[in-house]
Design a binder for this molecule. Sequence first.
Ligand code: ADP
Ligand code: MG
Ligand code: ZN
Length: 506
Amino acid sequence: MLATTRAISLVGLSGHLIDVEADIGNGVPGFTLLGLPDAALSEARDRVRSAIINSSAQWPNKRITLALSPAALPKRGSAFDCAIALSLLAAAEEITLERLGEAVVLGELTLDGRIKSVPGILPALRAASLHGVKQAIIPSDNYQEGSLVSGIEILHFRHLREVITWLQGGAYSPSDLRSAQRAEPDSAPSDFSDIAGQERAKAALEIGAVGGHHIAMVGPPGVGKSMLAARIPSILPTLDDRDALDVTSLHSIAGKISAGSSAPLITTPPFVAPHHTITRAGLIGGGATSISPGACSLAHRGILFLDEAPEIARPVIESLREPMELGEITLTRLGRSATFPARFTLVLASNPCPCGWAIGKAKRCTCSSLASRRYREKLSGPILDRIDLRIELEPLSQGDLLRSGESSAEIRARVSRARERSSARFRAHPWSMNSEIPAAALRTEFAPDSRALRILYRALDAEEITVRGLHRIQRVAWSIADLAGEPSPSENSIEQALALHLRERL
Ligand SMILES: Nc1ncnc2c1ncn2[C@@H]1O[C@H](COP(=O)(O)OP(=O)(O)O)[C@@H](O)[C@H]1O
Ligand SMILES: [Mg+2]
Ligand SMILES: [Zn+2]
């Protein structure tokens, strides 16, 4: 007897329909699994057998052949357990698959037959929906995440026994969803008003927030670099529906959405701050058994903050060139490749020198000029080349400490208005932020007027900037113009963008 169920295999963010076919024949009892299974999948046999027995069903003691097709597609992880169990039971004529119809089945089985949540439910169901699938069977702990996908009916179960009962004609009576897990309330919500002084830095971060420009902050220890960076998401507009689904999908694949989460959709731009000991795989993605997204993809549509950037190994930080150029990263392992979106804003923080005190009135720096130069050279040139805004921070004065700053909400309101201007301007174009304006468009449709342009050409002639720098300055100038409500960058906006580019070279 032959029976087939369907599941989804993820490659990057794309999903492919997989047929799980079970064939039970006479002959020497045994179990063969065909179709490129990875290690976790081979273990599926033991889990499925034990789960079936613990669901009061019969394990067919016959010659079992399971084929996952198309064979050439990689199939990772344990999400196929449920589909395997059901096709097997159907082939053994323990159940019929009538009620299942064309549904996809996703879920890992525990030895005692419980259905465990799996990573990647959101992208898997988005893909299923694109393939015209109308119904899905998923773990109860993934229900909230799965129901973010519209146009697909979702049935959720906690135990294989419940699925079997339903397929045998019983009522569908979903078990209660676990009581909503509340995120730990922040002890103190991070707000820009927490930060005294540093007005120039705040203004630059506001410009960066409008256009998605990459930022470097240099300053002695304890002046607020980490504080400022962590608060950038609080001045960014919330993600639109599509970006929220993409970001949540990436976090889902990486297993960062907790099982049973009651509000899994990520609507705030993510803030990802890996330690400087991060590896290349940690930063851009990779993995031993399957390809998973790295920090740069988890920061998609948000902030990738690299604190103490000079401490990061050069080949590691330089692996960001591809995602910074393309807005996505393609990873290849054992001849297979997967692509993940990675359109993040890079924020670097660094001390000015090894001791940290080359900036400030007190001139406390004790480093030799050679040591300072070596330290600065540790920051990779190709990455610094892609930085739009350079911010130097000085120790606070007493006066700064008394001054309370604007709240994040006030700044975010200005950023949102400026963003609306830019996205209206780019309505007919495939990009949406000033940092994404292609170089060709900066020479034509989005070129500044001739007087403003003359300022840039003068800097170019004086070899103060490169052509690449010129484009970066123009993009920043558009963000300054959008904040000021100018129809196109004025001379003043260009001057300001030039200063932010030149000033405080790292
Ligand atoms: N501008 C500031 N306003 C208020 N507190 C500050 C400021 N700068 C530093 N601090 C205080 O100093 C601590 C260290 O700041 P941090 O952001 O980690 O500095 P950095 O990253 O530049 O070394 C913060 O936790 C905060 O208590
Ligand atoms: Mg810090
Ligand atoms: Zn020093």
